[in-house]
Design a protein around this ligand. Structure first.
Ligand SMILES: Cc1cc2nc3c(=O)[nH]c(=O)nc-3n(C[C@H](O)[C@H](O)[C@H](O)COP(=O)(O)OP(=O)(O)OC[C@H]3O[C@@H](n4cnc5c(N)ncnc54)[C@H](O)[C@@H]3O)c2cc1C
Length: 375
């Protein structure tokens, strides 16, 4: 539970609250009145976060990071998200992702510059429904010749390299590091999704890449890619739980305030029933999140519990924001209202990093076929 934290985690939570109040809140104001651009605001947040010691929490100790455990990361993310800041994504530094544990030459050429913030990476997994074949690599001496497409690569247009899932012919799926400027790698289109994030669709035509750019061995690509996606699930759940708390605080204030009908909306039983349902879901989501983070820190396999947290918290958050808008009324849909922004932002969470129903199927398989998962 979030209540029984060790003293150092209480300290972390309090420090994160001070950071949100002293750094993020004024920054949000500067963004709103146009005195700072989003890029400048994020750069300032990054520097302040490095000074405060938060930036490296997501980075391995072997690379100078403080490599926080799952419970510490959960406390930090939940606390941060409860401030609903538009620049909170700049607080944590990039983690190694699928490059975790790579040896030379990838360690020096890509992993280290990534963690130092000198190179940007993107993750290319999803393919177009009408692709003639999955992205494939044919071995040609010390090189791989890559052909195929990836349809939804977040940050792809600004990335220095993309980590691509390819099927190495006769050997199986592999993750491969592909520099963006490799001849034969082109961006077919760029687009923005409802949440405001930016993506690119890629085409690879006879792109020639050294085999040394393979991450691990052919055949290991799918579990490696799935692990990268899996590792983000608790982070997504922690962010969602913090955002729920932000919405519920706003709603509590709204339901207690004067209303055009002559009495606060919170006096009405029908409204109270809805409000109580939202609180029940937020309580359940926060409880399962902290329990799962503790399980992860104890060394348990939390694949199924992480799925449960991601599905439950993102679906509950969607409902909480939606009902929140309904209870606040028309002004919540005014462009620029924080609930309007949140409504757009949270919709993507039920698809990105694993669509809810696909995760449900994985969870059922985890129990029925593999005997995994706790209650
Ligand atoms: C904001 C955002 C960022 C993203 N970033 C990236 C990225 O950086 N890299 C990347 O590779 N991809 C990225 N994606 C793509 C994302 O991973 C996919 O959208 C997601 O996995 C769903 O795949 P799909 O779009 O191909 O839809 P589909 O796989 O066609 O799924 C659509 C729906 O069909 C149903 N469905 C699908 N499969 C099954 C099944 N086996 N059984 C039952 N029902 C099923 C589910 O209801 C599912 O929601 C991003 C998506 C979003 C929205």
């Amino acid at each position: 539970m979030p209540e029984s934290l060790q003293p150092e985690l209480i300290e972390l939570r309090d420090a994160m609250e001070r950071f949100a109040c002293d750094v993020l809140k004024p920054m949000a104001q500067s963004l709103a009145d146009g005195t700072l651009t989003p890029g400048d605001a994020c750069a300032q947040v990054r520097e302040a976060s490095k000074t405060a010691g938060f930036f490296t929490m997501t980075q391995p100790a072997a690379f100078g990071g403080s490599e926080a455990g799952q419970l510490a990361l959960t406390v930090a993310r939940d606390t941060l998200a409860a401030y609903n800041s538009p620049v909170s994504s700049a607080v944590f530094g990039p983690g190694p992702g699928v490059l975790a544990g790579v040896d030379e030459p990838l360690r020096s050429s890509h992993l280290e510059p990534l963690l130092r913030g000198e190179k940007r990476a993107a993750f290319a997994f999803t393919e177009p429904d009408d692709a003639p074949h999955p992205t494939q690599g044919v071995i040609d001496g010390d090189f791989l010749i890559i052909n195929g497409q990836k349809s939804y690569v977040t940050g792809g247009a600004n990335a220095d390299f993309i980590n691509v899932l390819v099927t190495v012919v006769d050997q199986g799926p592999a993750m491969l590091v592909l520099d963006r400027d490799t001849p034969g790698v082109s961006i077919e289109r760029t687009f923005e999704s409802l949440d405001g994030s930016h993506h690119a669709a890629f085409r690879f035509v006879d792109a020639k890449v050294p085999c040394a750019r393979l991450i691990g061995k052919p055949g290991e690509g799918l579990p490696r890619a799935m692990r990268q996606i899996g590792d983000t699930r608790l982070a997504i759940a922690a962010g969602a739980v913090g955002q729920m708390r932000w919405v519920l605080d706003l709603l509590t204030e709204h339901l207690s305030a004067a209303h055009a009908s002559g009495e606060p909306l919170g006096n009405r039983e029908g409204v109270r029933l809805r409000y109580a349902d939202l609180r029940i879901k937020a309580y359940a989501a926060r409880s399962m999140l902290y329990r799962t983070a503790r399980l992860a820190d104890s060394g348990a396999n939390i694949v199924n519990e992480g799925i449960a947290c991601k599905v439950f918290s993102t679906e509950a958050l969607g409902e909480i924001v939606d009902t929140g808008i309904q209870l606040v009324g028309g002004k919540a849909l005014t462009v620029g209202h924080p609930l309007e922004r949140l409504y757009r932002e949270v919709r993507a969470l039920r698809l990105a990093e694993g669509a809810s129903d696909v995760l449900r199927l994985n969870l059922a398989r985890g129990r029925l076929e593999l005997g995994k998962g706790t209650l």
